[in-house]
Design a protein around this ligand. Structure first.
Ligand code: SF4
Length: 722
């Protein structure tokens, strides 16, 4: 487990941040991490970005929760009080584990008995292991008795998964990032990998250096565009105009790969009919890209030997996110750029285990391995396998759950109790005033986390949990590669492993789990808590994906890419070579008409707000803002505006700007960034003192149920200095 070193132990595990899934080697003295370096994992081969290299000391933070907390009687759940520095002792008292767990479980049992199972819900985490995700959704489905279980994939790639399942029959990537080594054309659209998937960006840059053509399409200028053959800075929210124009050129200029389309797809005629109206000349004024450039890019993509498409939240976080992805699928299908090395579709996954958490069933409409809850045969199988009858009531998604928490008192569907493991919806969800009010209104909220997050601040019971460095388990990266991470240190004080906590809650809900008893390893040995037994059970439920990846194999090989169905199957990094896993075996083409954002700029709110991430900070900042180097590099919130807009507003860099939407207002310093388009402002959502999601729009994509956090209307004004 630990390699020989000079003083420090060295333990190989995985980076706790993005979906690239870099392998890291952690040097640890006693329980103190002293350094991290890149290890030779399949996704990184020793490379790391600044987060992986320096974002680890949050594990030692003095703000770590070390004892269970219980809300004091009468302590108000005041969403407005969410701020750093407020003394937790005013709101909580410390408790023993038995008292806290008894109280946590009793609240769920009482609500289930009084109001029924559909009044309970759970948010799991994409930052935990596959085993934690599997156990969490099993706990909610069998212990609570509801499919109201979801996690942050709803906020990032739900629309990708919806479109990919519809079109290809599989929600995961077709080719790994490092397949760019075989590509001669790469399209990156609505993604900023230089900030958000930096090691993936290095492989793309290497491909460009080798001679591949890179097209970066994004309303904002990003660092990767410095390496691009063409940069398409289209107007915000005009993805559908841009993509339909590219498809139009491919169809009308005879660039379709006809043998592929004939043999491997369905729906071609309807798509061709739809595309008649989308000439580059008609779309150019809408998207702001010259018709000649649209034609040039479409020709280059279609005529490439092997072309890959990468995308991120810029594509997905729209009310037409599913339609955006349908267009990307059509691009790959019409040109035959799928099913071969160096081709395909790659939605860049955000968190280090968002692929695995989704695979493990941490989503309301799917049991493990995307087996549909709505299918009675699937439900019957899992009911027998788990020994508990499963509900036939469809589950709610993230935003729907919080909406239901604010339903009328007499509404039988009102959500009254929640278990939240490692997520921070009081910072990450759209329209935060609404989301925080919903969390505050819950009659029983239990949060297990390493920190007293903005969400935990509203809890009735807080259970001190572990960081990534304190657990052994598997995670599945954006490439579909299942990797084993090792425990580096023990949790501080009385903080415990998440698997231990879930099993203690399950016991109190009356579930008969015996992972620890059956384990070959003593429960407290190195944080196992039956992890290998849980993995092996999960593997039985996901045989078509990971049936060939045993725990013993992971111990030996470290990582294997699924689908992998037998012990001698090496795994399949490139899929869809012969057929698609759809009922017909063909890729389904789905036309996507233009549709606008739910809230467009107008006279009252004339600017567009674009939210996103920065290189140095991770999501809601719970980890990176407690990492000294990262916090020093980006110590506070900023609103990025181009120089022309700053001049029009009378702003100079560093002055404070008020950003107001129909849902809230924040004030923060302004930063000049001429890569931000005219008429738009970019704000990262990691900062509680200027929480960008106070402003965002919760309008949902109808299929993916993803909120439109990438686009809403705001007004800007200079804040007079005091
Ligand atoms: Fe971690 Fe992603 Fe950076 Fe790799 S690229 S070190 S996985 S944050």
């Amino acid at each position: 487990r630990a390699a020989a070193g000079t003083g420090a132990r060295r333990v190989d595990t995985l980076c706790p941040y993005c979906g690239v899934g870099c392998r890291i080697r952690v040097a640890v003295e006693g329980e103190t991490i002293v350094a991290v370096e890149g290890a030779m994992g399949p996704a990184n081969e020793g490379r790391l970005c600044v987060k992986g290299r320096f974002g680890w000391d949050y594990a030692h933070s003095p703000e770590r929760l070390t004892r269970p907390l219980i809300r004091k009687p009468g302590a108000p759940k005041d969403p407005a009080a969410i701020r750093r520095g407020l003394d937790w002792r005013e709101v909580f008292r410390e408790a023993s584990w038995d008292e806290a767990l008894d109280l946590a479980a009793a609240g769920f049992l009482r609500l289930r008995a009084q109001h029924g199972p559909q009044t309970l819900a759970g948010f799991g985490s994409a930052k935990g292991t596959n085993e934690e995700a599997y156990l969490f959704q099993k706990l909610v489905r069998t212990g609570f008795g509801t499919h109201n279980v979801d996690h942050c994939t709803r906020l990032c790639h739900a629309s990708s998964v919806a479109a990919l399942l519809e079109g290809l029959g599989s929600g995961a990537v077709s080719n790994p990032v490092r397949d760019v080594a075989h590509a001669d054309f790469i399209l990156v659209i609505g993604a900023n990998p230089a900030s958000n998937h930096p090691v993936a960006a290095t492989w793309i840059k290497n491909a460009v250096a080798r001679g591949a053509r890179l097209v970066v399409a994004d309303p904002r200028h990003t660092d990767l565009a410095l390496h691009a053959w063409r940069e398409l800075r289209f107007k915000p929210d005009t993805d559908l105009a841009l993509l339909n124009a590219l498809l139009h050129v491919i169809v009308t200029e005879g660039l379709v790969n006809e043998s592929f389309v004939r043999a491997r797809t369905e729906g071609y005629e309807a798509l061709v009919e739809h595309l008649r109206d989308y000439s580059p000349e008609r779309m150019a004024p809408l998207c702001g890209i010259a018709a000649d450039t649209l034609r040039e890019v479409a020709r280059a993509y279609a005529s490439a030997q092997a072309a890959m498409i990468f995308w991120g939240m810029g594509i997905t976080q729209h009310v037409h996110g599913t339609d955006n992805v349908r267009c990307l699928i059509a691009l790959a299908a019409l040109t035959g750029h799928i099913g071969r090395p160096g081709t395909g579709l790659h939605p860049l996954r955000g968190q280090n285990n968002v692929q695995g958490a989704s695979d493990a069933g941490l989503i309301p409409m799917m049991l493990p391995n995307y087996q549909r809850v709505a299918d009675p045969e699937v439900r019957d199988w899992f009911s027998r396998f788990w020994g508990v009858p499963l509900s036939d009531v469809p589950g709610l998604t993230v935003v729907e759950i919080l909406n239901a928490a604010l339903a009328a008192e007499a509404d039988p569907q009102r959500i009254r109790g929640m278990l939240i493991m490692g997520e921070n919806p009081a910072m990450s969800d759209p329209d935060l005033a609404h989301a925080r009010a919903a969390l505050a209104r819950l009659e029983h909220l239990v949060v297990q986390d390493a920190f007293l997050t903005e969400t935990a601040w509203l809890a009735d019971v807080v259970l001190p949990a572990s960081t990534w460095f304190e657990k052994t388990g598997t995670a599945t990266n954006t490439d579909r590669t299942v990797q084993l991470g090792r425990q580096v240190r023990t949790p501080p004080g009385e903080a415990r492993a998440d698997l231990w906590i879930l099993q203690r809650v399950a016991e109190r809900l009356g579930l008969q789990w015996d992972y620890e008893k059956k384990s070959n390893t003593a429960p407290d040995d190195a944080g196992y808590y039956g992890v290998e037994r849980i993995y092996e059970e999960m593997r039985q439920t996901m045989a078509a994906a990971i049936g060939g990846i045993s725990w013993a194999r992971l111990e030996q090989e470290g990582s294997v890419t699924y689908p992998c169905v037998s012990a001698d199957d090496p795994g399949q990094p490139v899929v869809f070579r012969e057929r698609f896993p759809t009922p017909s075996g063909r890729l389904k083409l789905v036309p996507a008409a233009l549709s606008p954002a739910a809230e467009r700029p107008d006279a009252d709110y004339p600017y567009v707000l674009i939210t996103g991430r920065q290189l140095e900070h991770w999501h809601t900042g719970a980890m990176t803002r407690r990492s000294a180097v990262l916090d020093a590099l980006e110590p506070g919130p900023t609103a990025s505006l181009c120089g022309a807009d700053m001049a029009a507003l009378g702003l100079v860099p560093g002055e404070r700007v008020s950003v107001r939407s129909r849902r809230g207002e924040i004030q923060l310093p302004v930063r000049q960034d001429d890569g931000t388009p005219r008429g738009a402002v970019f704000i990262p959502f990691a900062y509680v003192e200027a929480a960008a999601n106070l402003l965002t729009n919760p309008a949902l994509d109808p299929l993916g149920k993803i909120p439109e956090v990438k686009y809403c209307a705001v007004q800007l004004s200079r804040v007079p200095s005091r």
